[in-house]
Design a protein. Structure first.
Lengths: 357, 365
């Protein structure tokens, strides 16, 4: 027994030793790339590279972060770059934002995007410390010369799905599930409620917040409550929390719900999440062109120079946000298109914050 | 608990956690091999990248700082026989109150403001934990369930305060002023602007104080005695109620101080939380790895800091996806948590040895 254990230790120790030796060799060759501060002219594989740091939702949240990452991958492909030209750094806790950004700075990307308002302070700090490095922030504004801010008129797209929900509800009651309450999600709530009320003020909108962008279990719980209380359509603006909303809806439909339930997706086309045995319950999705915006901003930087210090706002008119036709009825889709025209023409102005009650 | 006591010798105390860590790494390596990733490259990315750069060493130590406090907090209650799973909520309570105080009195001199903010965080964390202690002492409710519930209560209250009191419907408060800054210029310069701060030194002091308190004072002795055998302690004239509340109070105080240091030192503000801060639950793992020994907790915090910061390098330098990196970390934590199994086998071996020794030498033990 003792000898066995001793052998085990020996194996373990030699493995560690081996690993340590390996580490030494490789780090010598690798360290040239990590020389800091002259990142702009040391890119090797592609002549222009992008990095992104996710917020807590993670890169596979099927909405916000994923949309950004997909956009970057498409961008690399369009420009004929290999996969190495783009990379993401995942944050599992807010304390990882700054180290992740610094890791990206060390790796020497041309532009590093912080995806999500949660990264505002982190991007500001790291941008001030690295004035020669270009950064981008999504859904927030950082007023530094080396940061470009990308913002979206989410309220406009949310208004349109609100119109769609109002034209589709059978029970005259719809639900809204937000992620973490705050200025960004306020835009979704305000737009959605306004859109619903513009069609029929008598429709009740049940607004609830999950206080999370990552906890699908809470999403499912809230959705269960809303459906039980008589809502038949739920719009979620809550990142990965929404996965739970889809789970609850498909469960109920598959076990033979009396009313036909729908979910409205957010940020990217979430039609695939609405698949169930008897069809698809994704009514529509409000689209947020995080990926598109990153592509446009990156291409402009590559060709014309960095738009540092600017706040680029993408709305319906700029094709930065939009809606999918999804499984809407003919009537609902026509109404949505009319509303879209009206917003682009300026006939309808969608509020950015919910009306205080 | 009794098992911990049995291992008096320093060496055998060290073998258990080290074996756990080693097994964790080996298991992680097997997992990575099974899924077609190169474990050597991955571990190299994880360890070398951290130690190569003063910045990431600083960040690892910064993370270790908060974990030391939460780890000590958990260990203290654990020594008294309580499972304070509410560390995360107490840390959050400490965080929000320290930031609140620092924002409310920005003009106090720096040393006063930092000290007072930390003390406020400490007290609020302690009071928050005392709720669970009080209910346990006088009504016999399970401190585990109560403190889990208090975690969520703390989370929601914190988010409410941020939105409605500390900011105007925003998602984060203002940064605290320069007078509440816990950083040292020389420390930042040394670590290339990492967020390592004075909290690290406070943590070292607290480790020493914790050791003195638990081993040299009557109150510390009583807490340990209650943990070892509550009935015997009561029979010896110690008040069970007093010790339950005291241990939860002190446990929460350490957690609250950890939260305050984390909040002021790492972020300098507080923002709406999507979940409980992970320094809470990682603190529990750290305490278990350190086997309740303050020095052990300090070093296991550093290990956790390095692992956490290092895991971030695995995806982009070794091609190991983030999920895999997390699984490897979790495997290490799992083996750390399962160290009872390792200790069980070590005990068996030791017992066998003793038997053979005493048989051949008729020896004394």
């Amino acid at each position: 027994m003792t000898t066995k254990l001793r052998n085990l230790f020996a194996i373990g120790a030699s493995a560690m030793l081996l690993a340590a030796c390996q580490g030494q060799d490789a780090s010598d060759t690798g360290s040239t790339g990590t020389d800091d501060n002259d990142s702009a002219d040391t890119t090797e594989t592609a002549d222009f590279t992008l990095g992104m740091v996710t917020d807590e939702g993670g890169v596979d949240d099927r909405s916000f972060n994923q949309s950004a990452w997909e956009g970057m991958q498409v961008w690399a492909e369009d420009n004929g770059y290999s996969d190495d030209a783009v990379a993401y750094f995942q944050s599992n806790d807010p304390q990882e934002f700054v180290p992740n950004l610094n890791q990206a700075v060390q790796a020497g990307f041309d532009i590093i995007y912080g995806v999500g308002f949660q990264l505002t302070d982190a991007v500001k700090d790291v941008a001030t410390a690295n004035p020669d490095q270009h950064f981008g922030i999504v859904d927030s504004v950082v007023e530094e010369d080396n940061v470009v801010s990308l913002n979206f008129r989410d309220n406009e797209a949310a208004y349109l799905v609100g119109v769609a929900a109002a034209h589709s509800t059978q029970t005259n009651k719809v639900g809204f599930i937000g992620g973490i309450a705050g200025p960004v999600i306020d835009k979704f709530e305000a737009g959605f409620v306004e859109g619903v009320k513009s069609v029929d003020p008598s429709i009740e909108v049940d607004v609830q917040y999950a206080e999370s962008f990552s906890d699908a279990a809470i999403g499912q719980q809230i959705a269960a409550g809303m459906y039980s209380a008589g809502a038949d359509i739920i719009y979620h603006a809550s990142g990965a929390v929404g996965n739970g909303v889809f789970t609850e809806a498909t469960d109920r439909m598959e076990s033979g719900s009396e009313t036909e339930l729908w979910v409205i997706g957010v940020d990217r086309d979430q039609e695939e999440l609405g698949e169930y045995d008897g069809g698809n319950l994704t009514l529509t999705s409000s689209l947020k062109g995080v990926g598109t915006a990153i592509q446009i901003a990156s291409n402009e930087t590559k060709d014309e120079g960095f738009q540092g210090g600017e706040n680029l706002i993408y709305g319906l008119a700029e094709d930065g946000v939009g809606v999918t036709e999804g499984n809407m009825s003919e009537e609902a889709w026509t109404a949505v298109q009319e509303a879209q025209e009206a917003i682009i023409n300026g006939d309808i102005e969608v509020p950015e914050a919910p009306v205080a009650e | 608990m009794q098992l911990i006591r049995q291992h008096k010798s320093f060496l055998s105390g060290l073998i258990v956690p080290l074996t756990s860590i080693l097994f964790g790494f080996i298991f992680g390596a097997i997992l990575m091999l099974a899924f077609g990733y190169n474990p050597i490259l991955a571990y190299q990315a994880m360890i070398v990248s951290v130690f190569q750069s003063p910045y990431f060493i600083g960040e690892a130590l910064r993370q270790a700082t908060a974990l030391t406090f939460t780890g000590l907090g958990f260990a203290l209650a654990f020594q008294a026989g309580f499972f304070n799973i509410g560390i995360a909520g107490q840390a959050l309570a400490g965080w929000v109150s320290a930031v609140w105080f620092a924002l409310a009195f920005p003009d106090l001199p720096r040393i006063v403001l930092v000290t007072l903010s930390l003390i406020i965080g400490l007290i609020i964390g302690a009071l928050w934990a005392s709720i669970a202690g009080f209910l346990r002492a006088y009504f016999g409710t399970s401190e585990v369930i109560v403190s889990i519930m208090l975690n969520y209560t703390a989370l929601q209250i914190t988010n409410y305060l941020i939105r409605n009191v500390l900011s105007e419907s925003g998602n984060s408060t203002e940064r605290v002023g320069e007078n509440a800054n816990m950083g040292f210029a020389w420390l930042s310069a040394l670590t290339q602007n990492s967020r390592l701060n004075v909290g690290f030194f406070i943590a070292i002091i607290v480790v020493i104080l914790y050791w003195v308190f638990m081993t040299k004072t009557t109150a510390g002795f009583e807490i340990r005695a209650v943990g070892l055998n509550a009935s015997a302690s009561r029979y010896a004239g110690m008040s069970a109620e007093k010790n339950i509340i005291l241990s939860m109070f002190l446990s929460g105080a350490l957690a609250g101080l950890g939260g305050a240091v984390h909040g002021l030192g790492t972020f300098g503000n507080i923002f709406t939380q999507g979940g409980l801060p992970d320094i809470g639950f990682n603190g529990i793992a750290v305490a278990l790895l350190g086997l309740g020994n303050p020095i052990g907790i300090f070093f296991s915090s550093i290990l956790f800091g390095v692992l956490n910061i290092g895991a971030g390098f695995m995806p982009n330098q070794a091609g190991v996806p983030d999920e895999m990196a997390n699984i490897v970390i979790a495997a290490i934590i799992f083996f750390v948590g399962a160290n009872y199994i390792i200790r069980y086998f070590l005990d068996k071996i030791a017992a066998k040895k003793e038997v053979t020794n005493s048989a051949s030498q008729g020896g004394d033990v």
